[in-house]
Design a protein around this ligand. Structure first.
Ligand SMILES: [Zn+2]
Length: 93
């Protein structure tokens, strides 16, 4: 369960589904897989593309997760999905 997680280093968007949370890039600790999830409605998507296509996500598919590193985000090609404005706002808090 990810309820305790506070990830915000790599925000993608304000959630299109609940309009309250942020969709952020996370990494599952056990598999090392990157995915995105909303920190409010807790829906998960395999990739930012799927989220942006309004593909319905899953819940509880991924286990305990952590912030990916900048290199991991850029290696998988997801750096372009990071919302700079949102990132600046979150990191200044
Ligand atoms: Zn949401």
């Amino acid at each position: 369960m990810k309820g305790f997680m506070q990830l915000w280093n790599f925000p993608v968007d304000t959630c299109k589904f609940c309009f309250q949370g942020w969709v952020v890039i996370a990494k599952e600790k056990s598999s090392g897989k990157l995915y995105v999830y909303c920190n409010e409605c807790m829906v998960e998507w395999e990739s930012p593309e799927k989220y942006l296509q309004k593909y319905s996500g899953s819940s509880e598919k991924y286990g305990e997760s952590e912030e990916p590193t900048k290199d991991e985000v850029s290696n998988i090609g997801w750096k372009r999905y990071i919302n700079k404005q949102l990132q600046d706002r979150l990191s200044s808090n």
